[in-house]
Design a binder for this molecule. Structure first.
Ligand code: CP
Ligand code: NVA
Length: 314
């Protein structure tokens, strides 16, 4: 295909709430921009000059908070951190009122929330970019950093075989949406009743027809991992689901990523985890801390991909 025949990058929205805001070319463009920002950070040192961004967090965070704070400040912007771990958004005053106030003072909102609907309400009521820093439903910044990490290590993502093993959760949903846009062959293995949401899979399969990505669901982890070039897992109990922890630990035990499961993957396969990890539960210490693990590269790349997101939205 000649360059002029390539589909144009499209940004469907001024917000990043789910990861479906960019068409495949736009998503590819974001990863290319990430590479440039990583290689030549000085070029982007004043992208956010004079801009203030509110960080609203209803849940704990190490990586997301630090990478946004450092990333925004390294682009000349300033951060206002709103700790909502004690009182949820909407409790003291309506989410719409919070949004309408914030847009008078700051130029963007980064929010980590329990309910995806809170993000949507912020976005509808504030005429400034709203970025999802994790919700019950999606974690787009994470999945973008993960695919960037894989592209750095393996080159092209087209047809790349990635296995996700464990809970069909927010991270899994974002990996599915972005796999469809980047042409990845994603195989997801979950126990029954913990599958990713059917509408997320259906939307991704619609996009996958255009990009020749493949999204497959399994219940057998060995089948999903067979020949995979990357094996990904996440905690069995996401933030907000703590009451189910005991039951989940029992259900998910056969889905632990350990040496035996990794032996089904390709010999040069890498291990991925968004972190925080729980050694002895979803992954053994040997795999998490072993030579195949790229988890710290994923963490590092969160900052570059988020800088690219900010550059595109501002
Ligand atoms: N992966 C991730 O989002 O980490 P934090 O919860 O520490 O931000
Ligand atoms: N699925 C996990 C991801 C943490 C970064 C959670 O939501 O707690």
């Amino acid at each position: 295909m000649t360059a002029s025949a390539l589909p144009a990058p499209i940004l469907f929205s001024n917000d990043l709430l789910t990861g479906a805001e960019w068409n495949p070319a736009g998503t590819r463009g974001l990863l290319q921009l990430t590479a440039d920002i990583k290689a030549r950070p000085g070029r982007y040192a004043s992208t956010l000059q004079g801009k203030f961004i509110a960080l609203i967090f209803e849940k704990p965070s190490l990586r997301t908070r630090v990478t946004f704070e450092v990333g925004i400040q390294s682009m000349g912007g300033s951060v206002v951190f709103l700790d909502h771990s004690q009182a949820r958004l909407g409790e003291r005053e309506s989410i719409a009122d919070v949004a309408r106030n914030l847009e008078r003072w700051v130029q963007g909102i980064v929010a980590r929330v329990y309910d995806q609907k809170v993000l949507e309400e912020l976005a509808v009521n504030a005429d400034i970019p709203v970025i999802n820093a994790l919700s019950d439903r999606f974690h787009p910044c994470q999945a973008l950093a993960d695919y960037f990490t894989l592209e750095e290590k393996f080159g092209s993502l087209r047809g790349f075989k990635l296995a996700y093993v464990g809970d069909g959760n927010n991270v899994c949903h974002s990996l599915i949406f972005l796999a469809a846009r980047l042409g990845v062959h994603l195989r997801v293995a979950t126990p029954p009743n913990y599958e990713p949401a059917a509408e997320v899979v259906a939307e991704a399969k619609r996009v996958a027809r255009e990009t020749r990505a493949k999204i497959e669901l399994f219940s057998d982890p060995c089948e999903a991992v067979g020949g995979a070039q990357g094996v990904y897992t996440d905690s069995w109990t996401s933030m907000g689901f703590e009451a189910e922890e005991k039951a989940r630990n029992a259900v998910f035990q056969p889905y632990q990523v350990n040496r035996e499961l990794m032996a089904h993957a390709a010999p040069d396969a890498v291990f991925l985890h968004c972190l925080p990890a729980h050694r002895g539960l979803e992954v053994t210490a040997g795999v998490l801390d072993g030579r195949q693990s790229v988890v710290l590269d994923q963490s590092e790349n969160r900052m570059y991909v988020q800088k690219a997101i900010l550059h595109m939205l501002f």
